[in-house]
Ligand binder design. Structure first.
Ligand code: GBH
Length: 450
């Protein structure tokens, strides 16, 4: 079904963006003295990545950044969300590697030249492997390592880059990386993983202070959020716990300066005096990555965790499978609920990622008419407009992703791009959704304020 031809209404000044992340697009892992990250270890461990791929070359954006900038410019986005690789800038978490900074220095200049505002993320999951060997995000020392890294990036780019995301989706790192092992570093610590939550949030607050000291105008964390739905009436407790662990543990220290009550889980976080003040450092926006609602039921007695995820009844799903339902209204409801819950403690919201994968050929002959992606994006963009109409201060919307890229444990099997990428030749071919998004941005801009 083609979307409604009447474009949604957005306030004047609403911003549009598209996103990528370093490990997912750069390739060129041997270039410039880049160190090893936990993702290099993960992709080299047989059986962990679905198609056995290693992220190389993928889009090869390390060598093709000019192509990416041209695509962004033609798309007409206000900003580009990309991430900076800690292992290029400070290999091993050690001394600054100027050659590693050069790539980002050139990318920033090229974006500014093209009229696209650079909006980098400091941490999108590529922790130096040497730091993981010392405990990674379970170890409080990683916070000071991150502060040093943030300082060196701000020193090098802060004259031109004024807008920053600190940490991407700490929930994915804690739950999938440290608790159940689906993502790097592949640990299976269940509730013992929780110190990684506190240390990532502390790293966010510490870096936010450093970036502000370097003249940053807009800084924020970007959390992955979901609307949690109980499968049956008797699943209320399981759904409540999942909401605490997936959403509230990450939102409330940042917005309110306190953690939700974790007593029911029997865990203690390694909080020291002053930590919560650091985590609550005032920020100019709150980043929300949103993909789908999550339906939860209580797990069988023998399970080590008290909940499990099940398909959302009645919902179609993306190419990622039954646990990735398509329910655009869930985004409106999540945003309205967050505004009700947090009131004035919620700063302007930036949707930092939203998008979907669908099965598409590796080597298309001709154009990819990705009507299912267009419908998904159209529905979620209208859901954002609805939330704004209900009083939620959303300022910006970002498509995940500009490019087909390396989808972590799913390797190259999931395509999220507005632009198709041949994973062998790295050739870029805009899909129908690219032209659709370009036209939507232009129409909304023309119609804004009317
Ligand atoms: C975001 O994660 C990420 O920020 C981004 O890098 C990613 O490409 C994008 O979404 C699309 O997934 O089946 O073991 O591979 C959103 C949360 C975490 C959901 C990983 C899918 C897959 C786990 N995602 N998860 S696995």
């Amino acid at each position: 079904m083609r979307p409604d031809p009447v474009p949604p209404a957005f306030p004047t000044g609403f911003r549009w963006s598209a996103a990528t992340a370093a490990f997912q697009i750069e390739g060129a892992r041997g270039a410039d003295g880049r160190g090893r990250s936990i993702w290099d270890d993960f992709v080299e461990t047989p059986g962990l990545v679905r198609d056995g791929s290693t992220a190389e070359p993928g889009p090869d954006s390390y060598h093709r950044a000019a192509d990416d900038v041209a695509l962004l410019s033609e798309l007409g986005v206000d900003r580009y969300r990309f991430s900076i690789s800690w292992t290029r800038v400070r290999p091993g978490g050690g001394a600054v590697n100027p050659a590693g900074l050069d790539y980002y220095d050139r990318l920033v200049d090229a974006l500014l030249e093209a009229g696209v505002t650079p909006f980098p993320t400091l941490y999108h999951w590529d922790l130096p492997a040497e730091l993981e060997a010392e405990g990674g995000w379970l170890n409080r020392d990683t916070v000071s390592g991150f502060a040093d890294y943030a300082r060196s990036v701000a020193d090098a780019l802060g004259d031109r880059v004024k807008n920053w995301y600190t940490i991407n989706e700490p929930v994915s790192t804690s739950l999938q990386g440290y608790a159940i092992g689906e993502l790097a570093p592949g640990r299976q610590l269940l509730f013992e993983s929780l110190p990684s939550v506190h240390h990532q949030l502390l790293a966010h607050g510490t870096a936010a202070g450093i970036l502000h000291d370097h003249g940053a105008e807009q800084v924020g964390i970007v959390n992955n959020h979901t609307q949690v739905l109980p499968a049956r009436e008797e699943d209320g407790t399981a759904a409540y716990l999942y909401d605490v662990l997936h959403n509230r543990v990450f939102a409330e220290p940042v917005l309110l300066g306190s953690y939700p009550d974790l007593a029911a889980l029997g865990v203690d976080l390694p909080i020291r005096d002053g930590d919560l003040e650091t985590i609550r450092t005032p920020c100019e926006f709150y980043g929300v990555n949103f993909y789908n609602p999550t339906t939860i039921r209580s797990a069988p007695q023998e399970s080590p965790i008290p909940f499990e995820q099940v398909p959302t009844p009645g919902a179609a799903h993306t190419g990622f499978g039954a646990l990735w339902p398509i329910v655009p209204g869930a985004l409106t409801e999540f945003l309205v609920d967050a505004k009700q819950r947090y009131g004035d403690a919620l700063p302007p919201v930036i949707v930092g990622e939203n998008g979907a994968s669908f099965p598409e050929p590796d080597h298309p002959d001709g154009r990819i008419d990705d009507t299912d992606r267009i419908a998904y994006l159209d529905g979620h963009i209208r859901a954002v407009a609805d939330a704004i109409a209900q009083g939620v201060p959303v300022q910006e919307y970002t498509v995940w992703s500009l490019l087909d890229n390396f989808e972590w444990a799913e390797g190259f099997t999931q395509r999220f791009g507005l632009v198709h990428v041949d994973q062998v030749t790295s050739a870029r071919t805009p899909k129908a959704s690219y032209g659709w998004y370009r036209d939507l941005i232009a129409q909304v801009r023309t119609g804004a304020g009317q």
